[in-house]
Design a protein around this ligand. Structure first.
Ligand code: GRG
Length: 290
């Protein structure tokens, strides 16, 4: 099947499951809060994280049925982080995905609560995901908490805020380390989780687990540098601590090329034909134009 068709189907699967999970809870949630949560989730963005989870699932021979709820949990957490990132205390953004941000459409307090509610919902979903054995469920919850907490996503956001306005200054090797730490926390860990969680659910051995971690970290890096390359030169981007801003667009492009080739070979070597979909999605992440 055509790569784009499979991706569309997987995004639609995530959409259906998310709609069902939210609809089941809606009667017990205060209306304004439920409205804000749904406003953030629907219509969504690219749904690239759930797609990556289904693709990693194919590589490890895991069926989509067992991954649907965990994939929604990751997407729900992603949307919490966007709501909070847009708040006046952080990025202070008025629009996201071409319409008002949650705090603009509702109000700041509701946006904080909707973000909090999505964060806790993501853990509720993982805790109740059907057909996982207890050991896998605990391992997934532990990894997800670590990757999205103070050592992961939230820590990355703190580092990013601390470094605001520092782009291009200081020693280059230092800048490289800081950029890597920010990317790994803010973007990388959640994408790594998408690649590693299907392996935990499928019960892969240590060696394959380590490969999934390496590939996940690399795909996270590819996603973020590509994002920064797409933004390079836009108003408001100057002075940001990103590879294109600090090292230039050409260096950043070459870095993406090198990481992409290494990751592609690693996935092919370890998972053979079963990694075709994951390799395809990774290629499209690098080639995307939005
Ligand atoms: C507030 C704890 C906390 C974290 C915020 C998500 C985030 C961390 C910041 C948003 C700014 C940003 C550019 C982060 C890097 C991750 C990223 C590229 C997010 C956008 O993800 P997409 O492109 O969004 O998958 P869609 O709209 O497609 O869902």
């Amino acid at each position: 099947m055509l790569l784009e068709t499979t991706m569309r189907r997987d995004a639609a699967r995530c959409e259906r499951t998310l709609q069902r999970l939210l609809a089941a809870r809606r009667p017990r949630i205060p209306t304004r809060l439920a409205d804000a949560m749904e406003y953030a989730l629907f219509p969504g963005g690219k749904r690239i994280r759930p797609i990556l989870m289904f693709a990693a699932g194919e590589a490890v021979g895991e069926r989509r049925g067992r991954l649907a709820v965990p994939a929604c949990a990751v997407e729900v957490l992603h949307n919490y982080s966007l709501i909070h990132d847009d708040l006046p205390a952080m990025d202070n953004d008025d629009t996201r995905r071409g319409r008002p941000t949650v705090h603009r459409r509702f109000d700041e307090a509701t946006a904080v609560l909707a973000g909090d509610a999505l964060l806790t919902l993501s853990f509720e979903l993982l805790a109740g995901a059907p057909a996982l054995d207890d050991a896998a469920r605990v391992a997934v919850l532990r990894l997800f908490a670590r990757y999205t907490g103070a050592e992961g996503l939230i820590g990355g956001q703190q580092l990013d805020m601390d470094s605001a306005g520092n782009g291009g200054r200081g020693q280059r090797p230092e800048a490289a380390r800081l950029i890597q730490a920010i990317h790994r926390g803010k973007t990388g860990r959640l994408i790594e989780a998408c690649i590693v969680i299907p392996g935990i659910i499928a019960g892969v051995d240590e060696r394959h687990h380590a490969v999934l971690r390496r590939a996940g970290a690399a795909i996270g890096m590819l996603f973020q540098i590509t994002d920064d390359l797409l933004d390079a030169g836009q108003p408001g981007e100057e002075g940001k601590l990103t590879y294109p801003a600090v090292y230039g667009v050409e260096v950043a492009r070459r870095l993406v090329g090198r990481i992409a080739i290494r990751t592609d070979r690693l996935l092919e070597r370890c998972f053979g034909d079963r990694a075709a979909y994951l390799r395809g999605v990774t290629r499209l992440i690098v080639e995307r134009t939005r």
